[in-house]
Design a protein around this ligand. Structure first.
Ligand code: ADP
Ligand code: MG
Length: 393
């Protein structure tokens, strides 16, 4: 068991032992979580046993509205929801009706009749479908409210650094209309830097690169303030698409997005030569020339080759971000390194490969997919000191 992060003198505890949902307990703090959650490394997350009495009675909520996953954190309770950002919609007489959201919607993938469509409302890091985003957010907030009997909580929500004022406003209005007392907005990579435990309050530059599904977001903080926040539409989805293109070009085989994502997670590496990954992966798909089913074998090295293009785009993006910083801040980052977060940080060897290409050390904190929500939780808990990080809607 290890404590992954400090949250205002409390520790967000990552216990390696799974226990049944609903009865999860943390060995160090002897506390019992109402709903035990499991982190991206399969670890169980609890909010620590040192949370103050005030926070136990708080009705503050933090939301990480990701392009692939949405997480909800209730102050004093921990992460209470971690589900895919997905919505199943049915069209009846020209009207779209929500059938399911989150896990239930994702479970329908590939099994829906023609009348039901499954959509990812935030596909490329921006709100691609306002109505579906609204339906999903409303439902997640409703669940958190009814679970803890909140009437009008304060809600802090993260948006990608590239969100336009119109998108920010749309997110703000949705959260306001879902019955909240006050709504705060913060940029995802800013929350990621705080959640990763970077020394953001010190007088030196700290850079975080958050590789999610739709976007790669960068933030640079110093003395508790934001010096830079920017976003690139190239991340986990682009890795999947690169694998699809590679398999089509090299083997004339057509594979779907879900299959490509599975290949990336099970055998993906950024290191040509495969690094520590030794498993070959067998894939079935449709032969483009003959139209028949066909099987091929991919090595981790093949996948590194496939991922070369998007890794190059991310490298360029980081180099440009470093160039645009004042020389002293860039020098701080070259010395202390860059922190890599988000689901993309889990690609084996990506930190090593980026370090080689950018020429700066990279580190991956524990639980990189939870940095944004942990940081958002810290911001909402320390709102008075962190108010300057909030965006105007
Ligand atoms: P977002 O914040 O945009 O919702 P996340 O930070 O949740 O994104 O990351 C989702 C992305 O991470 C997806 O593209 C997913 O395929 C990828 N991902 C998740 N786990 C792994 C893994 N073990 N290896 C590589 N990629 C992963
Ligand atoms: Mg994210």
């Amino acid at each position: 068991m290890s404590c992954a992060n400090k949250l205002r003198g409390t520790s967000l505890c990552v216990s390696r032992v799974r226990s049944p949902v609903g009865t999860g307990s943390c060995a160090r703090h002897s506390c019992v979580e109402a709903a035990a959650r499991f982190g991206d490394g399969g670890e169980q997350i609890c909010d620590g046993g040192l949370i103050g009495v005030a926070s136990v009675f708080s009705d503050d909520i933090a939301i990480d509205l990701g392009t692939v996953n949405t997480l909800v954190y209730v102050v004093g309770r921990g992460i209470i929801l971690d589900e895919p950002s997905a919505v199943a919609l049915k069209t009846v007489g020209g009207m779209r009706e929500v059938v399911a959201v989150g896990l239930k919607a994702k479970a329908m993938l590939g099994r829906t009749p023609e009348t039901i469509e499954l959509i990812r409302p935030l596909r490329d890091g921006v709100i691609a479908d306002f109505i579906a985003t609204e339906a999903m957010l409303r439902q997640f907030i409703k669940r958190a409210k009814s679970k803890f009997g909140f009437r009008r909580p304060r809600i802090l929500i993260c948006v990608p650094a590239s969100a336009t004022p119109v998108e920010r406003r749309a997110v703000y209005e949705t959260v306001v209309s879902s019955g909240s007392r006050q709504v705060f907005i913060v940029e995802e990579p800013v929350a990621a830097a705080i959640g990763a435990g970077m020394p953001v309050d010190e007088p030196r530059g700290s850079m975080v690169v958050d590789i999610g599904g739709g976007t790669t977001d960068i933030a640079v903080l110093s003395l508790g303030g934001v010096m830079q926040a920017r976003s690139l539409r190239c991340a986990g989805n682009a890795f999947d698409e690169a694998i699809i293109r590679f398999v089509r070009r090299r083997h004339q085989l057509l594979i779907g997005e879900a299959n490509a994502e599975r290949i990336k997670i099970e055998a993906g590496t950024a290191l040509v030569g495969g690094g520590s990954r030794a498993v070959d992966i067998h894939i079935r798909g449709r032969d483009l020339r003959q139209g028949r089913p066909k099987s091929i074998v991919l090595t981790p090295s093949n996948i590194a080759e496939a991922l070369d293009g998007p890794i190059d785009s991310i490298t360029e993006f980081i180099l440009r971000a470093l160039e645009d910083l004042p020389p002293n801040v860039a020098a701080d980052i070259c010395e202390t390194g860059v922190c890599l977060t988000g689901g993309g940080a889990l690609i084996v060897g990506l930190d090593t490969e980026l370090a080689r290409r950018v020429g700066v050390p990279f580190t991956v904190p524990s639980g990189p997919m939870h940095c944004v929500i942990r940081g958002s939780a810290t911001i909402v808990e320390e709102l008075d000191e962190r108010r300057h990080l909030l965006l105007t809607p």
